[in-house]
Design a protein around this ligand. Structure first.
Ligand code: GLA
Length: 399
């Protein structure tokens, strides 16, 4: 599809959501906002260890259409959750009080108020073209779309970096998922044609050119169809082990390991593995960013492969379909592949020469067929722009 066709389809989607808002609430919306999901190119489970990550934003994401109301109530509807709306008085917002998907938008309103920004009552409709649980940050896309909507509706000026923190706080403190800062940063700060090199200790962020097509390459995103929620506890468990390892080494965080020999000082073999992953993964992120800046993207394939091996063997968060997909793409000639996201389910990425793309996809399909698994789903992964307003008040009123 051409760029124009994609843009035209997106504009029709935003207008359709604004019309749905009007049908739902009987008034025109104050605007529409879009926030993308992300693919993490490399740097897994490094963000909450104060380390480095290198995600990029997808063209897919979440649309929030919102309008102010004057009764101090928030009313929320999602296309992905048919059957009426959630109605929540603003004053009743409290961590843990709201079940299900509504906790994410409600949590953003709560976190914004907790940070001292006024939030009036609002109505909201949400739609998304991101698969949930695929390791592509559908939760962060939802938080960031709502966060932008609320800042604009309430006339709140704040730097994007503050909105990143507010969205993360909604997820950590209101929903109760102890995730790091990567996903919200990617959704709000990424630029088209670039990945985002983020130092999660200092919050220093740099756009690094990332254009696989320009190098004759494809970055395949393969949704394995296996689902595991971050709320399941495995994620929190890994985070706890990393904190334990850092304490045992007398360090503020595993980011502060400066030499691999330090890892062997840990008496517990499990903690040694966790620490080794974090140390080596941080190095791989920096090397990958260096290769991207040098225009040597194809050499990053080996780093992706090493990242997967480390996540499988040391961090132990890959799953059978991810390992099978990585083996299949490698046998079919990919430059490298790895699981992406929190782990235990979701997606795999593979860097392939554009001419090999069809063969690599066919190899993954064939492997899943042999195993008797549901066919994998392939998603387009063009490095895209971060969150933005997509319909003004007057454009929303015309729908
Ligand atoms: C999830 C979390 C992120 C990050 C990744 C693993 O996506 O939300 O903060 O920890 O897992 O890299």
């Amino acid at each position: 599809m051409t760029g124009h066709a994609v843009a035209g389809r997106a504009a029709a989607w935003y207008r359709d959501c604004a019309a749905w808002f009007r049908d739902s609430y009987g008034v025109a919306a104050g605007g529409a906002w879009f926030a993308p999901g992300r693919v993490n190119l490399i740097g897994e489970h490094t963000d909450y260890n104060d380390g480095f990550v290198l995600p990029f934003a997808l063209g897919r994401g979440t649309v929030a259409v919102a309008g102010r109301r004057d009764d101090d109530v928030i009313e929320l509807r999602s296309r992905q959750v048919p059957g009426g709306s959630a109605v929540i008085p603003l004053d009743s917002l409290a961590p843990g009080a709201i079940p299900g998907w509504a906790a994410y938008p409600a949590g953003v309103a709560w976190a914004m108020r907790a940070a001292g920004h006024p939030v009036a009552g609002f109505s909201l409709v949400i739609d998304s073209d991101l698969p949930r649980g695929a390791g592509l940050s559908s939760s962060a896309a939802l938080e960031c779309a709502v966060g932008l909507a609320l800042t604009d509706l309430n006339g709140t000026a704040m730097p994007r970096s503050e909105l990143v923190t507010i969205a993360q706080r909604a997820e950590n403190d209101f929903v109760g998922v102890p995730s790091g800062i990567m996903d919200q940063s990617a959704s709000l700060l990424c630029r088209a044609g670039h990945a985002l090199l983020l130092d999660c200790r200092t919050s220093e962020a740099a756009a690094v050119p990332f254009d696989p097509a320009g190098h004759g390459l494809d970055l395949l995103v393969i949704d394995t169809g296996v689902r595991r929620e971050l709320t399941d506890g495995d994620y929190a468990g890994r985070r706890g082990e990393c904190e334990q390892a850092a304490r045992a080494l007398g360090l503020r965080s595993l980011r502060d390991i400066t030499d691999i020999s330090q890892v062997s000082l840990l008496p517990d073999p499990l903690l040694r593995r966790r620490a080794r992953h974090v140390f080596t993964e941080n190095q791989r992120v920096l090397e990958t960013a260096h290769l991207l800046r040098a225009g040597s993207l194809s050499e990053a394939g080996a780093l992706l492969a090493a990242s997967h091996a480390s996540l499988r063997d040391d961090f132990q968060i890959s799953w059978p379909a991810a390992d099978a997909a990585v083996s299949a793409v490698t046998r079919a000639g990919a430059l490298g592949g790895r699981m992406t996201g929190g782990g235990f389910g979701g997606s795999v990425i593979a860097l392939v020469a554009a001419g090999d793309s069809a063969r690599v996809r066919a190899a993954v399909r064939a492997e899943f067929g042999r195993q008797g698994w549901h066919p994998p789903r392939f998603l387009d992964a063009t490095p895209s722009a971060g969150a933005r307003r997509v319909l003004s008040r007057s454009a929303a009123a015309r729908t």
